[in-house]
Design a protein around this ligand. Structure first.
Ligand code: ZN
Length: 268
């Protein structure tokens, strides 16, 4: 890539430059050798993981878990277990992820790597981790491809769950309540209600007064080529509702003029 954009790379130990005439063959040979080496290491590591999984040996590696210490291959709850429990409690009680993040910051909770602020992704990963129930799942995810460094979905892998392997941090009823809410949030997202930040502020807030489904943002091209945003009932998109489509500027205007009465028909 560097050579392609005119940048020279010199390898001091080998005494060669990417700009040398005839270096191409040398480099492609070296690259092939390096790639083969990487593949062979990758195969060895995968083989070792598989054998360990078969023998029921946990491989935490860099995947340490908040709330547990690994002592002689056994998971033991540590002082962060209360942080984990609080996350589950608050989520089950209906708190938004952002509220949970703020609550954690206010009590000075720390992440696994010692940061004092949790991310959305970290909270979600904790809520979905069945290790907290005392179960242990070996080989949860596919192996990583040695070239792309991404999970290799082509290669088969076997996952195996051992129940009551270690001390639970989360009781089953609490775990079940959390999984239930995660699932229902997932379903809401599927019909267009978005509560995550980063999406349009009207998502999940404009609800149809006729069929009760959320409105979705649509873009139409005007004759002069400019784009206009509208909000359309999900039911109308599916053909089960005939409520009218509203121009986005009508919603914003109504909101900024604080004309809440005319908007209340559309905005929940
Ligand atoms: Zn509708």
């Amino acid at each position: 890539m560097l050579k392609g954009i005119g940048i020279e790379v010199r390898f001091e130990k080998e005494g060669i430059s990417t700009f040398d005439s005839g270096s191409d063959l040398l480099f492609s040979t070296m690259a092939a050798v390096a790639q083969e080496e990487s593949r062979s290491i990758s195969e060895n590591v995968k083989w070792a993981y598989k054998r360990k999984a078969e023998q029921g040996i946990r491989h935490l590696g860099s995947n340490r878990i908040l709330g547990y210490d690994e002592i002689d291959g056994k998971l033991m709850p540590n002082e962060s277990a209360s942080t984990v429990h609080l996350i589950f409690e608050k989520y089950a009680a209906g708190d938004a992820i952002s509220q949970i993040i703020m609550a954690l910051a206010s009590i000075g909770a720390h992440t696994l790597r010692g940061h004092d602020s949790f991310s959305y992704g970290q909270i979600m990963a904790i809520l979905k981790n069945n290790t907290y129930t005392g179960d242990r799942t070996l080989q949860k995810t596919p192996h990583t491809n040695y070239l792309t460094k991404k999970p290799d979905l082509q290669e088969p892998y076997q996952s195996k769950t051992i129940q009551n392997d270690h001390t639970a941090i989360i009781e089953r009823p609490l775990w079940d309540a959390v999984q239930e809410r995660l699932e229902s949030e997932e379903q809401k997202r599927a019909v267009g209600i978005r509560t995550r930040s980063g999406t349009n502020a009207f998502y999940g807030r404009v609800i149809c007064s006729v069929c009760g489904l959320p409105f979705r943002r649509v873009t139409y091209k005007e004759r002069n080529g400019s784009l206009r945003r509208f909000w359309k009932c999900t039911g109308r998109i599916k053909g089960i509702c005939s409520n009218r489509t509203i121009a986005e500027e009508d919603i914003t205007r109504a909101l900024t003029e604080q004309d809440m009465i005319s908007v209340s028909a559309f905005a929940g």
